[in-house]
Write a protein that binds this ligand. Structure first.
Ligand SMILES: Cc1ncc(COP(=O)(O)O)c(C=O)c1O
Length: 346
C-alpha cells in the first residue's frame, strides 16, 4: 500500500450518489486573458459577484469523472483528458474561456491528492467522483460573455447512481418536455440542459420510473438520451446500437464501451434510433460515468410497455461490457487502451 493517510470515517459500501463534503477544493482563475497557477481552498464555499454571468445567463459548464483505488492503493482516474476536451468544447460553445487540458488534468490531480482520505477503499464498490466546474464570474447586467472565469474542482465519494443499485431500471418515454433542441446546446455539458429536463425526470420518478427517455425535439420520432445518460441497445443479432443525434452529450463511457465492444468482435452502430425500433431490441441500457451501464428492463411509451426481461434480468452483453470496463477502471484488468491516469498521492 502506498497510501498511508487514514481514510475518512465513512460507511463506504452504503454511500449514495450524493454529496459528502470533503476537506478542500481547487480553484483556478482566468483574468486579463490568462489562467493563474490555481490554489487549494479549504472547505466548500466560494464567493462571487451577485451579478456574475454564471448566475444570470447560464455561463456555466461542468464535467464528471471517477477515480478508483486499485488493489495496490493507487488512485486511477478514467480518461481525464477526454473530460478536458469536452469541457473546452462546451466552453467555446457558450463563449467561455476554455481551460487548457494541462490545467484541467493538473486540477484533477491536485483535488484528488489533497482529499485522498476520501478515496473509497478498493473493493468497496464506491469511487471518488470529481466534478470540475467552469463559471463566468464577471459582474454584468447586459447579456454578454464574462471576461473572468473560475475553474473550480471538487470531489465527493459516491456509491451507485440509482437507488436500486445495479438492478435494472424502468424508463418513461417523455413526450411533454424537450430537454434540448437540435441546434441548441444539448451536446454541451451545461446546467441549463439539466434544469430543462428536471421536471420531466422528477415527474417520472414520482410515478415509479428511474429516468425518462427524451426523444428528438423536432419530430418526436427518434431516441435521444435520458436526463443523465446516453442510451444503448443490443439487437437480437448482437449489434450494439446507440443514438446519433445533435442534441445529446458525447458520453465518454459510451465512446469507451463502443471501443470495447469492437474489441470483443461486436458490431457497433451509431445512428438515429427510431422509437418504433425499441420493441425489437434484446437488451437496453443507460450509459454514463455514474453507472457505466444501468440495464433497462422496461420502457413505457404512453400505454405501450416494452420489456427486455424481468426486473432482475441483466442482459448478457450488457453485463459483460459493464464488468469489462469496470475491471479496467478498478485496475483489475489490463488497460490496453491507456485510459487510466494514475494520480500520485505523495
Ligand atoms: C445528459 C448526459 N448524457 C450522457 C452522460 C454520460 O456521459 P459520460 O459517459 O461522459 O459520463 C451524462 C453524464 O455525464 C449526461 O449528463
Amino acid at each position: 500500500m502506498k497510501e498511508t493517510m487514514q481514510k475518512a470515517d465513512l460507511t463506504w459500501g452504503e454511500l449514495p450518489f450524493g454529496y459528502v463534503q470533503t476537506d478542500c477544493h481547487v480553484v483556478y482563475t482566468y483574468r486579463d486573458g490568462k489562467w493563474d497557477a490555481g490554489e487549494v481552498v479549504e472547505g466548500d464555499q466560494i464567493t462571487l459577484s451577485v451579478a456574475s454571468t454564471c448566475l444570470h445567463y447560464g455561463q456555466e459548464c461542468f464535467e464528471g469523472l471517477k477515480v478508483y483505488e486499485d488493489k495496490d492503493g493507487r488512485a486511477l482516474a478514467f480518461r481525464p483528458q477526454e473530460n478536458a476536451t469536452r469541457m473546452a468544447y462546451t466552453a467555446r460553445k457558450l463563449l467561455m474561456a476554455p481551460p487548457p487540458a494541462d490545467i484541467f488534468v493538473e486540477g484533477v490531480e491536485r483535488v484528488v491528492s489533497a482529499n485522498r482520505r476520501f478515496i473509497p477503499p478498493y473493493g468497496s464498490g464506491a469511487s471518488l467522483y470529481v466534478r470540475p466546474l467552469l463559471i463566468g464570474v464577471t459582474g454584468t447586467i447586459g447579456i454578454k460573455p464574462s471576461r473572468d472565469y473560475k475553474l473550480v474542482l471538487l470531489v465527493t465519494p459516491v456509491g451507485p447512481y440509482f437507488k436500486t443499485g445495479l438492478k435494472p431500471v424502468k424508463l418513461w418515454v417523455e413526450r411533454e418536455v424537450s430537454r434540448a433542441a437540435p441546434l441548441g446546446v444539448g451536446d454541451a455539458k451545461t446546467g441549463g440542459n439539466y434544469a430543462a429536463g428536471l421536471r420531466a425526470t422528477w415527474g417520472a420518478r414520482d410515478r415509479g420510473y428511474a429516468e425518462v427517455l427524451f426523444v428528438d425535439a423536432r419530430e418526436g420520432k427518434y431516441v435521444d438520451e435520458s436526463g443523465s445518460s446516453n442510451f444503448f441497445a443490443i439487437t437480437r443479432d448482437g449489434t450494439y446500437v446507440t443514438p446519433k443525434s445533435p442534441s445529446i452529450l458525447a458520453s465518454i463511457t459510451n465512446k469507451s464501451l463502443m471501443e470495447m465492444a469492437g474489441d470483443m468482435g461486436i458490431t457497433v452502430e451509431r445512428r438515429p434510433v427510431p422509437v418504433t425500433e425499441l420493441p425489437s431490441f434484446a437488451e437496453a441500457g443507460l450509459i454514463g460515468t455514474a453507472t457505466i451501464i444501468a440495464p433497462v428492463y422496461a420502457i413505457q411509451d404512453g400505454d405501450t410497455v416494452i420489456e427486455y426481461g424481468g426486473p432482475d434480468d441483466v442482459g448478457p452483453v450488457s453485463a459483460k461490457l459493464r464488468e469489462s470496463l469496470l475491471a479496467v477502471q478498478t485496475g483489475d484488468a489490463p488497460d490496453k487502451h491507456g485510459w487510466m491516469h494514475e494520480i500520485k498521492l505523495d
